[in-house]
Design a protein. Structure first.
Length: 293
């Protein structure tokens, strides 16, 4: 086993701000509607490149697909008989209200993303399943947010199949868990948690990586000082060979690990303060800008 550790300082995300931001996003989603598969904002504008292709809007079983407009597709004036999906009405062209006309839209260059709503209850949990495919591989994932109105736990699981790579690396899988209360308690108050608030695991044919992140208040400013540790080990029939390779290349791995985390921190510290400076109304305007006259 090889252990890599590196510490970065991150701009904080205040928990009240996150609660407000999630509330804005969910309010906007729940005030949207669909007509003939098109997802419409409260002011009637269409959400670009997104269609409801199965089920009822934001109900369990609803399936949304990310699509790209075909060159022949134009604005709403060419769509006929759009009806609200809650009534289950059919269009005059024969497609259901949860679909869209043939030739109206197309997947982008062989790439598709489908999101299925498994649960949507603000007082309990959001559960989404994601399936993405592209010429170079496919990805399936599940995301769970417990307590959306006051985040408690985030769980992610996923697996992929990657084309044109060594078979031992072609089917990675992973999972991650963020315990929100433990994270903010440790990051803002310096109280250590019994378990690392953020844990992740990535597995492929020959190796496994386990990652933990431990935050605490930064010593010199109001940021977060986060210690990120990764443990790498071999697995399967090639475990001895992988273990030897990890030991031989430990130093370059450690340098690459540190550079990668530093680059991530630099991008985080550039973008996150700009977001957290926005209040709820500012966020609404950013997500749903005023229509041009």
């Amino acid at each position: 086993m090889v252990r890599l550790a590196h510490t970065v300082v991150l701009a904080p995300v205040p928990r009240p701000w996150l609660v407000d931001a999630l509330g804005v996003l969910m309010d906007l989603a729940e005030s949207s509607r669909t007509e003939a598969g098109y997802v419409l904002l409260p002011d009637g504008r269409e959400v670009p490149d997104l269609r409801l292709v199965e089920g009822r809007h934001l109900r369990p079983g609803a399936v949304y697909e990310s699509v790209a407009k075909d060159a022949g597709d134009t604005d709403d004036t060419e769509r006929t008989d759009r009806t609200d999906d809650t009534h289950g009405t059919e269009r005059t062209d024969g497609t259901s209200d949860a679909g869209y006309a043939k030739g109206d839209v197309r997947a982008a260059a062989g790439e598709t993303v489908r999101v299925t709503v498994e649960e949507w209850r603000r007082t309990r949990a959001l559960r989404l399943a994601v399936a993405a495919s592209a010429p170079d591989g496919v990805l399936s994932a599940h995301a769970v947010l417990r307590g959306p109105d006051r985040p408690e736990l985030v769980e992610l699981t996923g697996r992929a199949r990657i084309e044109n790579v060594w078979s031992a690396l072609s089917r990675p899988s992973g999972d991650a868990v963020l315990r929100c209360e433990d994270w903010w308690t440790a990051a803002d108050r310096g109280r250590p948690a019994r378990k690392a608030p953020l844990r992740a695991r990535l597995t492929c044919g020959i190796a496994r990586a386990e990652l933990v992140a431990l935050p605490r208040p930064a010593r010199e400013d109001d940021g977060w000082e986060v210690r990120v540790t990764a443990r790498l080990r071999g697995r399967g029939p090639l475990r001895p060979v992988t273990a030897l390779a990890l030991r031989l290349f430990r130093r370059p791995l450690a340098r690459a690990w540190g550079r990668g985390l530093d680059d991530f921190a630099a991008q985080w510290n550039t973008e996150v303060p700009q977001l957290t400076a926005l209040g709820p109304e500012d966020l609404r305007r950013e997500i749903q800008p005023e229509p041009e006259p």
